[in-house]
Write a new protein. Structure first.
Length: 710
C-alpha cells in the first residue's frame, strides 16, 4: 500500500529546496541522464528516471528510455508520478505488478493505463539537509520481482550521488564532472566490468578486481582475458573460456539476465556471483561495447546447496542397510556441497569403546598414505578433541594452529599438509545425549563462515546419529529375536519330554492319593496343576515355533464361525464364575479356515477378557461381515492397555506395564500365538480402547480364506 501525504508534498521548506535545485540544474541534465542509464543497466531495467517532486508537478532531471510523450516537456502532472509516493514515504517503495495491486491508486495508475508500465522500484533523493526532494526510480513494462540486492544497488547510487556532489544545503543533487560515475562504481558492492566494441576490457571496479584476485589499483593486466579460465568457472565447475563469459556473449548481442559464475582464485575460497550482462549502444544505436554486473550470492547458493545436501543424505540413509554402506555416499554429498576435497566418519565401537573409522571420501579418488583410517587418540588432534569434548571444532589453518602441539598432532598436521589440507571442521555425531562418533571434513583453502558450515555439518551429523541409533536398535532387535527363537526351541524341545513325564506321573499320583494324608494329597494336586501349566506354555512355544517356521500348516476346511464362537463362549461360561457374556452373532457365516486354530484364538481372547475384568462384568462378543471380510470383536470393561503399548502386546513374552508386576499372572504368549494364527489366515488383529474402561480386540478374517501358498 502506498501513501500520499499532501502535507509532505506541499511543505513550503521542501518546495523551496526543490525550486533552488531546479534553478541550479542547467548544464547538468545530461550527467543525470547518465545516472539514470547506469541505474537501469545495473538493475536490468528498461527505464529509469531521476525526478524532483514539486507541489503539483514532477520534474524529470535525468531519464533513460522513458516514454518520449511523458518526459519530453521535462515535467508532468503528479497524476503520472509514482515518485510522489517515495517522497511521502521517505524510504524505498516498490511494486512488482501495479495492475494486480489491491490499492486503486496503483492498479489504475496513469503510468500503467497510458504507457503500459507495470512495476517500479524507487528510492528517495535527499538534499544535504536530508529533505526528500525526489527519487531515483527504475521501471519496467512487465511484472517483476525486485531483489534486495537490486534495492541496495539503487540506494548505493543515490547515497554516492549525494556524498560526491559536495553541494551546500538546499542545492541540487548533481555530479560535478564525468569522474563522478567512476567514483560511484568504485564504491558499489556489485562487481562491474566493461569492454569496448573490440572486446578489450576498459574498466573493472574495485569489487570486480577483488573477485578476480587483482590489485585494487593500477592498470588492468594485459592478459586479463587469458586469466579467465583459471579464475572463472561455470556452475558445473568447468573452466570458463573468455568467449563464454557473460560480457563477451552480451557483446555478441546476447542478453544475460541471471547466470551464476564461480570464481576460484588460488589460495582463496570459492565465490558465486549472479551475473547480468548487456551490450552498450550509443545514441545513434551503434555498438559501443558491453557491460557485466555481478552480485555475490555465495551465502545464498551455499544455503540452497545445504538444503540439497540434507535431502541427498536423507535419500542415501533411507536406501542403505548399514553405516559402512552409507558412509562414502553421505560424505560425498557433504564434500560436494562444501566444495571440499575429503571427509571421514568415525564411530565409537560398542564393545571396546574406541573411535574407529567407518568410511571416508576423497574427491580425487585417492588413498593418501596415512590420511584415512587412522585411529584417533582421545583428547588429541581435531577428531580426538571432539571425541573428548563432545563439541564442534573449527581450525581455519592447521599449519599455523597453536593448539595442535603434541607429537601425535604434529604428525597428523604433516599428513594433512601433504594431502593439501589447510582447514578442518569436526562435529560430534549424537543420538540425543549419547555421543556416537565424529564427522570430520577437510578443505584445501582457508574457509570463512564457520558458523554456517557448522550448522550444516551439525544437521548432517544429526541425520547420521539417528541412522546409526536405528541400525543399532534393529540389530539389537534381531539379536533379541534370535535369542527368543533359541529360547523357544530350547523350551519347546528340551523341556517338553520331561514335562510330559512329570505331568503324567503327577496326575496319576494325585488321582490315586487315597493312601496319602491331606497334606500329601494337596502337594500332589499342586504338582499336577503347575506341571500342566508348564506343559501348556511348552505346547504354546512349540506351536509358535512351528507356525513361524512353516513346519505347522493349517488344515483348511469350511468353518461356521458363529457356531465356533458359541462353543468357545459356552466353555468360557463353564470355566468362569459370574461371567456375563453378551453375544451378537449372525445365524451363519462360513469361511475357509482351520477350525482348531481359530478356536485357540477365540478361547485365548475370551480368557484374557474374563481374566482382566472385574467379576461379573460383561464381555461383549460381536461378529459382523461385509462382502469380503468378517470382523470379530471381543470387548471387556477391565483394566485396559496403555495406548503406547498396544502395538507391542503381540510380541512374545510382552506384558503390559499395568499387569507386569501386579494382577493376574501370564506368560505373554497368548496374543503372540493368536496373531501368528490370524496372520496365517490372511487376517489382522489389533487392540483398541473400550471407553470408559477396558479393551477391544478386533480380528479381521477374509471370507475367501487364507492366501494360497506361492
Amino acid at each position: 500500500m502506498v501513501v500520499l501525504d499532501e502535507a509532505v508534498l506541499g511543505n513550503p521548506v521542501r518546495l523551496e529546496a526543490v525550486d533552488r535545485a531546479l534553478h541550479t540544474m542547467p548544464g547538468h541534465v545530461s550527467r543525470l541522464d547518465d545516472v539514470a542509464c547506469l541505474a537501469a543497466r545495473l538493475l536490468d531495467a528498461p527505464m529509469a528516471t531521476v525526478t524532483l517532486v514539486g507541489g503539483e508537478e514532477e520534474f524529470f532531471v535525468g531519464t533513460y528510455d522513458m516514454p518520449e510523450r511523458l518526459v519530453a516537456p521535462r515535467r508532468a502532472p503528479l497524476a503520472y508520478s509514482v515518485c510522489k509516493y517515495i517522497v511521502c514515504a521517505d524510504h524505498l517503495v516498490l511494486s512488482t505488478n501495479m495492475s494486480a495491486e489491491p490499492d486503486e491508486s496503483l492498479c489504475k495508475h496513469l503510468l500503467g493505463l497510458e504507457f503500459g508500465i507495470h512495476s517500479f522500484l524507487g528510492v528517495p533523493v535527499r538534499d544535504a539537509d536530508d529533505r526528500p526532494l525526489g527519487s531515483l526510480t527504475v521501471l519496467d513494462r512487465r511484472p517483476r520481482q525486485w531483489t534486495d540486492a537490486q534495492a541496495a544497488t539503487l540506494m548505493t547510487i543515490v547515497e554516492t550521488l549525494i556524498a560526491r556532489s559536495g553541494v551546500p544545503s538546499g542545492a541540487a543533487v548533481t555530479p560535478d564532472d564525468g569522474a563522478f560515475l567512476g567514483a560511484l562504481l568504485e564504491t558499489m558492492d556489485a562487481a562491474v566490468v566493461a569492454c569496448d566494441r573490440t572486446g578489450r576490457v576498459v574498466y573493472a571496479n574495485r569489487a570486480m578486481r577483488d573477485a578476480r584476485g587483482l590489485p585494487v589499483d593500477g592498470p588492468l593486466p594485459e592478459d586479463y582475458h587469458r586469466q579467465t579460465p583459471v579464475v572463472l568457472q561455470h556452475a558445473d565447475r568447468r573452466p570458463m573460456l573468455w568467449e563464454n563469459t557473460p560480457m563477451i556473449r552480451a557483446l555478441r548481442g546476447e542478453r544475460i539476465s541471471s547466470e551464476d559464475v564461480y570464481t576460484h582464485v588460488p589460495g582463496h575460497r570459492a565465490r558465486v556471483f549472479d551475473t547480468t550482462a548487456r551490450p552498450v549502444h550509443g545514441n545513434g544505436g551503434e555498438l559501443l561495447g558491453a557491460l557485466a554486473v555481478a552480485h555475490e550470492v555465495t551465502a545464498l547458493r551455499r544455503a540452497e546447496r545445504f538444503r540439497a545436501c540434507h535431502l541427498a543424505v536423507e535419500h542415501v540413509l533411507k536406501n542403505s542397510g548399514s553405516v559402512a554402506e552409507a558412509a562414502p555416499h553421505v560424505l560425498q554429498a557433504v564434500t560436494t556441497t562444501l566444495g571440499w576435497p575429503a571427509a571421514e566418519l568415525f564411530l565409537i565401537d560398542e564393545t571396546g569403546g574406541n573411535l574407529q573409522s567407518v568410511g571416508h571420501w576423497d574427491d580425487a579418488g585417492l588413498e593418501p598414505a596415512g590420511f584415512f583410517g587412522h585411529i584417533p587418540v582421545r583428547g588429541q588432534g581435531i577428531t580426538g578433541r571432539v571425541w573428548a569434548s563432545g563439541r564442534a571444532i573449527w581450525v581455519p589453518d592447521i599449519g599455523v594452529s597453536r593448539d595442535l602441539r603434541t607429537a601425535y598432532e604434529r604428525q597428523r598436521v604433516d599428513v594433512c599438509l601433504r594431502r593439501g589440507v589447510r582447514t578442518a571442521l569436526s562435529v560430534p555425531v549424537r543420538d540425543g545425549g549419547s555421543l556416537l562418533g565424529v564427522l570430520t571434513c577437510y578443505a584445501g583453502t582457508e574457509e570463512y563462515e564457520p558458523d554456517l558450515l557448522t550448522v550444516l555439518l551439525d544437521g548432517v551429523a544429526a541425520q547420521i546419529g539417528v541412522f546409526v541409533a536405528q541400525r543399532r536398535c534393529e540389530e539389537l532387535a534381531r539379536q533379541l529375536a534370535r535369542a527368543q527363537g533359541d529360547f523357544v526351541d530350547l523350551v519347546g524341545h528340551e523341556l517338553r519330554t520331561p514335562l510330559t513325564a512329570i505331568t503324567a506321573n503327577a496326575t496319576i499320583l494325585a488321582e490315586e492319593a487315597s493312601g496319602l494324608d491331606a497334606d500329601c494329597r494337596q502337594m500332589a494336586r499342586a504338582v499336577a496343576r503347575n506341571a500342566a501349566s508348564l506343559q501348556r506354555i511348552a505346547d504354546t512355544l512349540l506351536d509358535l515355533a512351528g507356525l513361524d517356521s512353516g513346519h505347522l500348516v493349517l488344515d483348511i476346511q469350511p468353518v461356521d464361525l458363529p457356531a465356533l464362537i458359541i462353543e468357545a463362549a459356552t466353555a468360557a461360561r463353564r470355566a468362569a464364575d459370574r461371567l456375563t457374556l453378551v453375544t451378537e452373532l449372525p445365524g451363519e457365516l462360513r469361511l475357509p479356515a482351520d477350525a482348531d486354530r481359530l478356536r485357540q484364538v477365540v478361547d485365548d481372547l475370551l480368557s484374557n477378557a474374563v481374566r482382566y475384568s472385574p467379576p461379573g462384568a460383561p464381555v461383549h462378543v460381536t461378529l459382523r461381515a461385509d462382502d469380503t471380510m468378517a470382523d470379530l470383536c471381543i470387548a471387556d470393561g477391565g483394566i485396559g492397555m496403555p495406548a503406547t503399548e498396544r502395538a507391542r502386546v503381540f510380541d512374545r513374552f510382552y506384558r503390559g506395564s499395568n499387569v507386569r508386576h501386579q494382577g493376574p499372572s501370564g506368560s505373554g504368549l497368548g496374543l503372540s500365538l493368536a496373531r501368528a494364527i490370524v496372520l496365517l489366515h490372511g487376517g489382522t488383529i489389533r487392540l483398541a480402547e473400550n471407553r470408559p474402561a477396558g479393551t477391544v480386540v478386533c480380528v479381521r478374517l477374509p471370507l475367501a480364506g487364507p492366501p494360497k501358498a506361492g
